[in-house]
Write a protein that binds this ligand. Structure first.
Ligand code: IPE
Ligand code: IPE
Ligand code: MG
Ligand code: MG
Length: 372
């Protein structure tokens, strides 16, 4: 390897590491000097002030159809099982939040071009690949409101089609002919894999700290959100300031999104969520609601939660849920998510005002207020 290439890789690695650390260290602290409005905590969704996800979606309706077409084209393989599983998981909904964020960020910066569309499809492919793999690892049987692919076709097929989606994503990404894009995306998938492995190491370990938990969610979830919004800026040839702001926005939104996902695993309705509740406990995952409950419960309550994490089973779900509620662990998790979302919104300050910027702000709020 040439010395200059090595130097560039080192710089990039340090930068990625810095961004990951910012996500963790800036937790609870404002990113820039906050204005009064930014520090106001996010308004709760009320009947008179709900987040209108469908209106936000309609802002990118045309571009999203083009992205869906790209996705469908890419799923057509002459290997039947790839077609079947690919369509089963991708055509069956999903919020398409990550491609929407990329497209909205692109529109907030100006025009959407062909590379933005390709990258929106790439991000959704990577996301879907991680879900196929994640459901195998988590032994989850419900996804997007129906049986997960592993429940229908088995683990081997899910892992292999997940690999196919990853590979297709990289094939598509090359079409942008942009070295920075390839560099960012390849580091992103590496970080996601690291996050999932780190999480595996934390499983059944009740001593997992909040810091370790935050490190996992920064890698397994937040980085893909930050890459989505960052790539919009890269393709739009934005200034480093704007690129950094959109990177931070995606990262903090992603942290908020996963925090709420981990709360919803205890509090949601299966119907709204489209996933089974209690999957995290069944895997012995020490997510923030449990970490907080151990720290703030009585010794007896802490023991119930610790034993449940060690055992990794659904049996104690009702008892654990009662303790999580009694210790206000869900409220704490939601407050952390609100802080992260407020930082995401603060990061957008440097963008010019537009309906797309407002939609990005709304989606940061949606990440906290969502029930699915
Ligand atoms: C699920 O993501 C995985 C997490 C990071 C929690 P989404 O909730 O965005 O999944 P879909 O695409 O809408 O099904
Ligand atoms: C998110 O974690 C998974 C990835 C980022 C791959 P979860 O395991 O909590 O996601 P769900 O709840 O299964 O969607
Ligand atoms: Mg899972
Ligand atoms: Mg989850």
């Amino acid at each position: 390897m040439e010395l200059t290439t090595l130097f560039q890789l080192t710089i990039d690695t340090v930068w990625q590491f810095y961004l990951a650390c910012t996500a963790i260290l800036s937790f609870g602290q404002p990113w820039t000097e906050p204005s009064a409005t930014i520090m106001t905590s996010i308004a709760p969704a009320t009947a008179s002030n709900p987040i209108d996800f469908d209106s936000i979606k309609s802002l990118t309706a045309t571009e999203s159809s083009a992205v869906d077409q790209l996705i469908l084209d890419e799923l057509s393989s002459d290997v039947v099982l790839i077609n079947q599983i690919g369509h089963y998981i991708i055509s069956n909904g999903g919020k398409r939040l990550r491609p929407m964020l990329l497209l909205l960020a692109a529109k907030a910066l100006g025009q959407v071009n062909a590379s933005h569309l390709i990258l929106a499809a790439v991000i959704e492919f990577i996301h879907t690949a991680t879900l196929l793999h994640d459901d195998v690892v988590d032994e989850s049987e419900l996804r997007r409101g129906r049986e997960s692919a592993n429940a229908v076709w088995g683990n081997a097929a899910s892992v292999l089609v997940g690999d196919y989606l990853y590979s297709s994503a990289f094939e598509m990404m090359v079409r942008t002919n942009n070295m920075r894009v390839m560099d960012i995306l390849s580091k992103t998938t590496t970080a996601i894999a690291e996050g999932e492995v780190l999480q595996l190491l934390n499983c059944n370990n009740p001593d997992t700290t909040e810091e370790k938990y935050l490190e996992v969610i920064a890698r397994k979830t937040a980085i893909l959100f930050s890459t989505a919004t960052r790539l919009a800026a890269v393709i739009s040839d934005s200034s480093p300031e704007v690129e950094n702001a959109l990177t931070l926005y995606g990262q903090q939104l992603g942290v908020a999104f996963q925090l709420i996902d981990d709360a919803l695993d205890y509090t949601a309705s299966t119907e709204d969520l489209g996933k089974n509740l209690g999957d995290d406990l069944a895997e012995g995952k020490p997510t923030l609601p449990l970490i907080y409950a151990i720290q703030h419960g009585s010794p007896e309550q802490a023991k119930v939660v610790i034993d449940a994490i060690r055992e990794g089973s659904r049996d104690a779900f009702n008892d654990v849920f009662a303790i999580v509620k009694a210790t206000n662990a869900i409220e704490y998790t939601e407050q952390c998510a609100e802080r992260a979302a407020a930082q995401a919104i603060a990061a957008l300050q440097c963008l010019p005002d537009s309906e797309f910027k407002s939609a990005l702000e709304q989606l940061a709020r949606f990440s906290v207020q969502r029930d699915h």
